[in-house]
Write a protein that binds this ligand. Sequence first.
Ligand code: HEM
Length: 215
Amino acid sequence: MGKWKILHNLLACVSILLILYALIKNYVIDPGAVEFLSHKTGLKRELNLPVWLKVMYVHVAFSCIAMASGLLNFSTRIFKKSRKFHRINGYVYIVSVLLVVLTSGYMAPYATGGKISSIGFNLINMIWPLITITALIQIKKNRIIRHRNWMIRSYAFCFTNMVIHLITTLFHQGFGLMYATSYTIGVYGSIVLLLIIPDIIIRTIGQSREVANSA
Ligand code: HEM
């Protein structure tokens, strides 16, 4: 099994689990986001809960669509079967990314951890679309490997929420820091990790055209 195939299988497991977790946690177990909102203390702006929740539902829905469509487009088997599907699904991914970022823009001012966290989120709101559009520009110029690499960089940001929560848990429960402080560390930690890890992956799979030839 080639490196690309192993990576894709691993990605599929993590992404599918994450999609299921996001849907069940936010629409079934805790639709009022009671647990998450309990950590918001001393908000500078008053949060309009019904609106915030609706925006959060849209945010989670398009996050899941982005994760699913992105995953499908990394499949060489599907790519070989239908380029048209890859192209349409690619635009579904881009629109979903833009909607995640748009909804994030509404939620960012109320972020746990205050202004510093908000700035971190708004940084991601700029970085993620930029990286995604770069991937689109590369394929418009017919540069397949560069397109693949920029898509790997873009897809990494689908794991923003997961990485933020992992880092928050580590600092809050592991090192005993306050929740809000741990969350802010999570926001910035996720930016650093999600910019570094894809490049390690890209270096590991190399510059081969394996993506177009295998699996
Ligand atoms: C693509 C995968 C993503 C999923 C599944 C996801 C999911 C969620 C969920 C469930 C929440 C509610 C609070 C929580 O339980 O964490 C949330 C909040 C939020 N998300 Fe996302 N998200 C994703 C990506 C992003 C990205 C890329 C951004 C861009 C900056 C973003 C920005 C925000 C903001 C600003 C909040 C509010 C945070 C707060 O109030 O402290 N999310 N997200």
